[in-house]
Design a binder for this molecule. Structure first.
Ligand code: NAD
Length: 316
């Protein structure tokens, strides 16, 4: 039976990934600092521990895994990664996890998946909100707008250098704003879709919904099921170079908010306020994935946001 480790298996994507992987007959070992917050894990074993600790990682990876999914990272939404005060922790914690994992998997036959991010793309290519450039090849010369993005870029290069020097069998995806149920929607680490949904779900007719920034900043958001599909397809492929896994359906943040207000059926207005927003524009460029995997995401944003709205609403 295939043996799989999901590092960060208590997190949003990790928890969903375990469920998806369990559709096949596999043995899954999940590792995280915490259990999933909103769900019961489907992992066969769930080990609580700190992946920054090299001895711990050595022990976990001492047995052979056919596949390792490395999703553990110190991360959050804009309110966590763009405010500056968490930069040292973000860089130190995530880099240390990746250094440990790469080192422990060198000279093994394990295939490892690494979750990078759209945050690695250069800031200057994302100034024009309507025409951001997030083609994979545009990553260099590098200039991510956050330390979170710099760490992801460092770790991409770390895994790629282990591939070149130690034959590490790595697959790397750059995720673009993954969203869906069973993710944080309050507390400071939530992402824009869940934060907007929470604000709208709590509002009464006539209220104003506060949205960070001008509201004209653009993004694309990928529903979790399609992210999982992309991960599995990438893992089955022989593509070593980092590849975008994201939606090409670009919206402004105010359009996203108006969409959620529409879903709620309430009469609300949008008030744009100062807040950490990141780059002006960002959207997944799916030419490479379409070409290499003959597949790209196409689940409509509206449908995904309806599912998220209903879930958050049920939690409040
Ligand atoms: P998440 O925060 O829900 O999951 C990350 C998990 O890693 C958490 O459960 C956390 O407890 C765990 N973790 C952190 N430090 C750890 C440590 N020292 N030891 C053990 N576990 C530790 O995030 P997510 O949304 O599920 O994202 C998964 C991965 O995908 C992350 O690497 C993230 O950077 C990347 N990513 C996510 C998105 C997105 O939109 N969700 C976008 C781009 C990239």
């Amino acid at each position: 039976m295939k043996k799989i480790a999901v590092l960060g298996g208590g997190g949003f994507i990790g928890n969903h990934l375990i469920k998806r992987l369990k559709q096949n007959i596999v043995h899954i070992v999940a590792v995280d600092l915490k259990y999933p917050e909103f769900d019961k894990t489907m992992a066969d074993e769930f080990i609580i521990g700190d992946l920054r600790n090299q001895e711990f990682v050595k022990k976990i990876l001492a047995i052979h895994f056919d596949e390792v999914y490395q999703l553990a990272a110190d991360m959050g939404g804009a309110g966590y990664i763009f405010v500056g005060e968490n930069d040292a922790d973000i860089m130190h914690n995530s880099a240390q996890i990746n250094i440990n994992v790469a080192e422990c998997l060198k000279n093994t036959k394990t295939r490892v998946f690494y979750s990078s991010s759209a945050c690695i793309y250069p800031e200057e290519n994302q100034m024009d909100a309507q025409n951001p450039n997030c083609a994979e090849a545009s990553a260099f010369p590098a200039n991510p707008d956050s330390e979170y993005g710099w760490e992801k870029l460092f770790s991409e290069r770390l895994y790629l250098s282990y591939y070149r020097n130690y034959g590490l069998d790595v697959r790397i995806a750059r995720f673009h704003n993954i969203f869906g149920p069973l993710a944080a929607y309050e507390g400071g680490r939530e992402k824009a879709p869940a934060a907007i949904v929470r604000k709208v779900a709590l509002a009464k007719d006539g209220d104003e919904i506060e949205v960070w920034g001008s509201g004209y900043q653009t993004r694309s958001f990928l529903y979790i099921d399609e992210c999982l599909e992309g991960i599995l397809r990438l893992m089955e492929s022989d593509i070593i170079m980092p590849i975008n896994i994201g939606s090409a359906e670009m919206v402004t943040i105010n359009e996203l908010t108006a969409m959620v207000i529409g879903i709620s059926g309430k009469t609300l207005t949008i008030k744009n306020i100062d807040g950490p927003v990141g780059v002006n524009g960002r959207c997944s460029d799916n030419k490479l994935i379409a070409n290499k995997l003959q597949w790209q995401p196409n689940f409509p944003l509206h449908k995904g946001m309806e599912i998220l709205y209903n879930w958050v609403h049920s939690k409040l």
